[in-house]
Design a protein around this ligand. Structure first.
Ligand SMILES: [Zn+2]
Length: 718
């Protein structure tokens, strides 16, 4: 179907609704009458969402540093459980025993030409008393190998494979050396793994001011960007093998679970890794000799960066306590009429330090949604489906709590969960929505119905304007009349991964985003003080985010027909297949492998048509009020499992934990999604056999999807 025809249909649908009276178009998945009633309840919820309430819970969960596995983290978990219970929710705590990693000692020193110990801690600052908390420790990389190494140093820019190729081309050898890489453009684990593969002895990762410091804007405490002594902690787990506990792929890490031997687990780094602030790192960088760096390697410090050579040697001594420890997920539940259909909204509760923004922002808004909807239920509102609010532990160690839960309850979730919605840190800025394309139209409608934090226009207006800004100039010339936002493909970086890539649930991730990064990320200064001054003064954005999340949950919990638009999914798959052909070109524009995507393309087109026909049937049945409860139940039971048709489950989790054929994680980006991940990798490796297998895999998945949608109808039972 053409876009024009869709627009006409959409206009016709609006016209029908307007003719019947209501000023707003009917909600996706609701009859016109049910829409009017539902919007009335929604406005009740909207008015109860309170910045003060968000601020209150935020204060309670950001008092102390509470890294996963610590007593303080258990206390935060209990604080949340108690607050949920006080708000009237049923609560559960799920404990897992997972491999965590914290430092016994970390030291970095220049050993030649003269001895100089470099700071690995962050100084206390008078402006923010939290920064003097006695429990704050050094910066470190969780899961770093424990080792002591000393050697000359090579600067490798962002530490990605093309950077190493250029270092090698300049005649500099990294084998046996300590490499120094700057943060940015990929997860830190990719930098560690790339260094390990290149034969480096160890790696120093630092925050360059060009990426999140003074080159971006005013620095802490004057502005939000990273100051000279602020460093970034984080995990170094090789999560592209599987997410969650590094030792238990595909099954829950219960207390007596059988787990892999850490000595051979592919998820754990084999070289030591440390993190430094730019001030500490500049002591190394200024002393590097050898050739000046190639274009694109120069960072923001005021001297010429060099690749390495000369007399400089550095020693790293990292001793980690990497051991299995308990973590606790907290779940709050609001019962609907149907206890066996769940709408899930999740975030995490563990933090590297105080978690002012990460995750204090997201956590507090999710809690506010739970509080508001529980209060609404007391006034008589009864959701059709059950609402599940999840507060995961050990997200910072690589989505550990959410993944163990997803693995523990895999069967139940695949049967009962209608959707998984996630949020995490946010910062005042533009709304950003990611997720599976079946939920694009749904989220657009929600975002249109929530006023922007500024009070001017809707959340959608800001989102669309921002997406339009990113459109290539060529496309811009055609004008923005037909322009619609797309949900960003979800890769990694937050707790949606197990639900999307391992279980095949429809998924959404929502946030407000400033400029992709911020200065206190994973540092001692990610505190309430920072939130009050920079990320969300007055929690105005938190209030808006809670409204968007709340309306999403309410609509998904109450819709007569689940508001998925699989026709859009089909079109997106078609687009991905089209772009796959372009991945296949070398520099001269020749195809590097034989790639025949005719059959998957045809399947995607047929699926799109069938999904379209089904959606017209659903909308007609809703408009005319002829969708019977029996037909709706059978329709919804089918719709909710369509996404799962896209999983490839032919191999055990240890071999293939990322089972989604259409979506995956592009590890050579920060956290971006990679459409058709298996095919993309096979083409990148120029492996014809793998390409053929991946095309067959896509074809099989699309055949399953097509078959699944063919059985669905909005009419009487078949
Ligand atoms: Zn987070």
């Amino acid at each position: 179907m053409t876009f024009r025809l869709l627009t006409i249909l959409a206009m016709a649908a609006c016209g029908a609704a307007l003719a019947q009276g209501p000023a707003m178009p009917p909600l996706l998945g609701f009859s016109p009458a049910a829409s009017v009633e539902h919007r009335r309840v929604e406005s009740q919820f909207m008015s109860t969402v309170s910045s003060d309430a968000i601020s209150n819970i935020h204060r309670r969960v950001t008092r102390t540093p509470h890294v996963a596995g610590s007593t303080a983290s258990m206390e935060v978990a209990e604080e949340i459980r108690r607050a949920l219970a006080d708000a009237g929710l049923e609560t559960e705590v799920h404990e897992y025993h997972v491999l965590l990693s914290t430092p016994r000692s970390v030291s970095v020193a220049i050993t030649s030409p003269r001895q100089q110990v470099l700071p690995v801690t962050e100084p206390a600052m008078a402006q923010d008393p939290d920064s003097a908390h006695p429990e704050l420790g050094p910066g470190y990389v969780a899961y770093s190998a424990s080792a002591k190494v000393a050697s000359p140093v090579v600067y490798v820019n962002y530490g990605l494979p093309p950077d190493y190729a250029r270092v090698q081309a300049a005649g500099v050898d990294v084998k046996g050396k300590i490499v120094i890489a700057r943060y940015g453009r990929s997860h830190r684990a990719v930098k560690i793994h790339t260094a390990q593969q290149a034969g480096a002895a160890g790696i120093v990762i630092y925050s360059d001011p060009a990426d999140d410091g003074f080159a971006r804007g005013l620095t802490w405490p004057e502005g939000p960007w990273r100051a000279e002594s602020q460093l970034q902690r984080g995990n170094g787990k090789y999560s592209w093998f599987w997410h969650g506990d590094p030792l238990s792929p595909g099954s829950a890490a219960t207390r007596d679970a059988r787990v892999l031997d850490p000595a051979s687990a592919p998820t754990l780094p084999r070289i030591p890794a440390v993190v430094l602030s730019w001030k500490a790192a500049s002591e190394i960088l200024t002393r590097l000799e050898g050739p000046p760096v190639p274009a694109g390697f120069q960072g923001g410090l005021p001297f010429t960066y060099r690749l390495g050579g000369g007399r400089l040697t550095v020693s790293l001594n990292v001793q980690m306590d990497t051991s299995r420890r308990p973590i606790r997920n907290v779940i709050g539940r609001i019962r609907g009429r149907d206890l066996d259909r769940w709408v899930m909204l999740g975030t995490h509760h563990d933090a590297w330090t105080f978690g002012g923004m990460d995750p204090g922002g997201g956590l507090s808004t999710v809690f506010e949604v739970a509080r508001g909807l529980s209060a609404l239920k007391k006034t008589g509102w009864m959701p059709e489906r059950t609402l599940v609010f999840a507060f995961w532990d050990a997200e910072e160690f690589g989505l550990v709590g959410s993944t163990e839960y997803a693995e523990a309850f895999a069967q139940e979730l695949r049967e009962k969960a209608v959707v998984y919605i996630n949020t995490d840190l946010y910062m005042r800025g533009r709304f950003d929505g990611g997720g599976t394309p079946s939920l694009r139209d749904f989220l657009v409608q929600v975002a249109r119905d929530v006023p922007a934090p500024s009070g001017t226009g809707s959340v959608y207006d800001g989102w669309r304007a921002d997406e339009w800004r990113k459109v290539p100039a060529e496309r811009k010339r055609a004008g923005d009349a037909g322009f619609e936002v797309e949900l960003a493909a979800l890769g990694s970086g937050a707790d949606f991964v197990a639900f999307q890539d391992h279980l095949g649930l429809p998924t959404l991730q929502m946030e407000f985003d400033f400029e992709g990064s911020y200065g206190t990320y994973h540092s001692n200064y990610d505190t309430r003080w920072y939130v009050e001054r920079f990320s969300d003064p007055g929690f105005a954005v938190g209030r808006t985010l809670a409204q968007v999340l709340g309306l999403s949950v309410m609509r998904l919990a109450a819709a007569q027909a689940l508001p998925f638009r699989y026709s859009h999914y089909g079109r997106k798959i078609g687009e991905f297949l089209d772009s796959a052909s372009t991945w296949n070109y070398d520099e001269e524009g020749r195809g590097v492998v034989k790639l025949n995507l005719l059959s998957p393309r045809r399947l995607a087109a047929v699926f799109t048509n069938n999904a379209n026909a089904l959606e017209r049937q659903i909308d007609a049945a809703l408009t005319s009020g002829t969708l019977t409860p029996t037909a709706a139940k059978s329709l919804n039971d089918g719709l909710v499992r369509l996404e799962q048709a896209l999983l490839d489950e032919t191999e055990p989790a240890q071999e293939r934990w990322y089972r989604h054929v259409i979506y995956g994680w592009n590890i050579y980006s920060l956290y971006e999604g990679q459409p058709l991940p298996g095919l993309a990798e096979a083409i990148r490796l120029r492996d014809q056999g793998a390409v053929d297998r991946e095309v067959a895999r896509i074809e099989t998945a699309l055949t399953r999807l097509l078959k699944a949608v063919e059985g669905l109808s909005a009419g009487a039972a078949k």
